[in-house]
Design a binder for this molecule. Structure first.
Ligand SMILES: Cc1cc2nc3c(=O)[nH]c(=O)nc-3n(C[C@H](O)[C@H](O)[C@H](O)COP(=O)(O)O)c2cc1C
Length: 393
């Protein structure tokens, strides 16, 4: 129902995205999107590029007087670094400076990046043609797109937030908390430079990132994304490709450097007995059906079950190392050290912001599938009617 496409190279003029299938009447303001772009950019562990880029969205279509029109929404984020790169990256061959092009040519593939496989796939003679698009700069466009979806969910009273639970070997526990505890985690994580709700561990995580930076190394980690306020019955048990758990896992795995997604207890549940793992069903007159535990992470049978959605995501240490690993020159086949681009040290907090955005996208799509997608007012009416049904069922 909802679709989007992003385009743009990391050092090209801009990133763009087109969203289609978004309802009319949703308040969309540039400042909401800019606030999320800033969170992605300013988290602890990002590199020098972030000081150049101060991402700002331009809304080119689909919105009038602060309200969505129902027509395709075009978003654009200019790359401020473009002025330093147009003589290398221009679409017009006449504008390319051959000396600068040669200087910026990449021939030493980085282990763990798309450089080598992408160059072989497209028969490129400059690995830059791969890394310009494989770069996670693209995720700025996805944060912009996901914020549009997030705004729709917020209009219906849903909240999405991410928080970091591990950086390198420093971990804190947080899974399985109730709604009130989650509100506290969200509040605290917002104020922490590494988005971790545990003050003591956050300090250790910062020191761990600083150590990695000094050593010319990088770090991965784990974060959680939580969504509160969704009713049961979003997603589907009837077709594999409409299962909400499958759609969420695919969206999260599509974030560069994400290597694992768990829903609820995930892998930790595999060692438990069914009698311990499953969340018993309870009922109270004013509360409806509910669960005292949330090991399922809010999803059963590919559908929301009304409990908080809890997703846990593993991020690998990023591939560009200041002290690079062994590689082989693409042309000469000589043993070399891998290329070094200006780079981040730890992207776990930034990836959590991207993950909130892609989660919002998938959940908004599931909401529109159930409640229609023409206007916000219609969606609200159907939403309330469904909530009323849930209260009296
Ligand atoms: C927000 C964000 C920023 C990233 N920044 C860098 C970076 O500066 N240097 C780098 O080598 N990888 C960075 N990555 C990871 C690479 O983009 C990723 O490892 C690469 O595209 C290969 O994809 P894969 O790790 O999914 O296999 C970043 C990832 C994210 C989510």
């Amino acid at each position: 129902m909802l679709r989007f496409l992003t385009a743009g190279e990391s050092h090209g003029p801009a990133l763009t995205a087109i969203i289609e299938g978004f309802p009319a009447g949703v308040p969309l303001e540039k400042r909401f999107i800019d606030a999320q772009l800033k969170r992605r950019q300013s988290s602890f562990g990002r590199g020098g590029r972030m000081k150049i880029e101060q991402d700002e969205v331009e809304i080119l279509s689909g919105v009038r007087k602060g309200l969505s029109l129902g027509s395709p929404i075009t978003l654009m984020i200019r790359n401020r670094d473009w002025e330093n790169w147009h003589d290398v990256m221009s679409a017009d061959a006449g504008e390319i400076n051959p000396e600068r092009e040669a200087e910026k040519k990449v021939t030493r593939p980085r282990p763990g990046h798309a450089d080598l496989a992408g160059a072989l796939k497209y028969r490129h003679m400059d690995l830059r043609n791969v890394l310009e698009r494989a770069s996670a700069r693209e995720t700025a466009a996805r944060v912009a797109v996901g914020t549009v979806a997030r705004i729709l969910l917020e209009q219906l009273g849903c909240i999405i937030f991410g928080h970091v639970v591990q950086i390198g070997a420093i971990a804190c526990g947080a899974a399985g908390a109730g709604r009130e505890e989650y509100a506290g985690i969200a509040e605290f994580a917002r104020t922490s430079p590494v988005a971790c709700a545990d003050r003591e561990k956050a300090g250790e995580m910062i020191r761990e990132i600083e150590r990695a930076q000094e050593a010319g190394d990088t770090l991965g980690g784990v974060f959680e994304v939580v969504c509160l306020g969704l009713p049961p019955g979003l997603g589907s048990h009837v077709h594999w490709d409409r299962r909400l758990d499958a759609c969420l896992a695919a969206a999260l795995m599509s974030i560069p450097s994400v290597k694992g997604v768990e829903i609820g207890l995930g892998f930790r549940g595999a060692g438990m007995a069914g009698s311990e793992y499953h969340d018993p069903v309870y009922y109270e007159k004013n509360r409806g059906f509910y669960r005292p535990t949330n090991h399922a992470g809010g999803i059963e049978g590919g559908m929301t079950n009304g409990e908080p959605i809890v997703l846990r995501v593993a991020v690998k240490p990023i591939p560009t190392l200041r002290k690079p690993l062994p590689s082989v020159d693409f042309f000469t086949k000589e043993k070399v050290k891998a290329a070094v681009e200006r780079s981040d040290v730890c992207v776990v907090p930034a990836a959590a912001v991207v993950a909130e955005a892609v989660t919002a996208w998938v959940l908004a799509d599931a909401v529109l599938e159930k409640f229609g997608n023409d206007t916000l007012d219609e969606i609200r009416l159907r939403w309330w009617e469904y909530l009323a049904y849930l209260e009296k069922v």
